[in-house]
Design a protein around this ligand. Sequence first.
Ligand code: MRU
Length: 345
Amino acid sequence: MRTIEWCDGAVRLIDQRRLPHEEIWHTYGSYQGVARAIVEMQIRGAPAIGAAAAYGVALAALASPAQTPAALQADLDEALRVLAATRPTAVNLFWALERMRTVAQAALASGVDVARAALVAEARAIADEDVETNRRMAEFGAALIADGMSLLTHCNAGALATVDIGTTLGVIHAAHEAGKRIHVYVDETRPFLQGARLTAWELMRWGVPLTLITDNMAGHFISRGKVNLVMTGADRIAANGDTANKIGTYTLGVLAHENGVPLYIVAPTTTIDLGIATGADIPIEERSPREVTHICDVPIAPAGVPVANPAFDVTPHRYIAGIVTEQGIVYPPFGVGLRRVVREA
Ligand code: MRU
């Protein structure tokens, strides 16, 4: 099942806010609709956000009434600006928009019809490549998982966070399919509950044995020797290996390090940002206080309470044992290895 797909000149995506209780699909014919879907997290997860943004640009090209390359360029610039303003942390968004901008620039020289067709083809290629990338990461990553292992994961880095297959959950699925007896502890992942709602749903559909825990139980299970490996996705990896991922990943990194448990990141090379030297420079999205004061629309805190809601944190590279990419696994020191996999990609 693809999380997002091109469908007769429109974009169809599953509404991840409603899972696991309802499977509702939305169809968008405008880039504004796709931008809103990203902001509201109907679609989320770094690679899925990148694919959605690319499709958004394709929709903008089709919807534009422009008859000249200059007019189409102006409409595309506006769409690129709106889509770039949706979520700041996942670098896949900016990577996908840059790729679409480059294609537009080249194709516009041949006229508006050629540009429109080229942008649709490019968005579809970005989505297809994501699936293939995940397939390769699953192969590399599954080698890290031995029969009988117990893993812990955070947030949702599954098929839902990508076009299909997933990053971390792709690896876990591959190990399970290979007949390895594994067990996964799933952090619920407050405030948006991607673990409880989405990762638990995906793993149960695949028949992977799991235990759902609240985020503050992770230390207990790790310190009791119940976890052999912590594995998460990433939203942006700096040139030195510092990794931004869902809020709470840093805590897991410290806990894993303290207890001698390896933490592996699974992320495509499109999540690596060599333009950023360390994690300190990664922009961290601040989301609505309502995500903290409410759970599934039920208020849990006094009205008007001051709230902080950073959506991501940064795990320093010293807590990371390795980064699984579609070009292979990068081990410390990360600087050289990350440059190599980006060059090869
Ligand atoms: O806020 P979200 O749900 O978009 O955050 C998602 C994550 O943090 C994922 O771990 C990350 O994007 C990797 S998805 C393959």
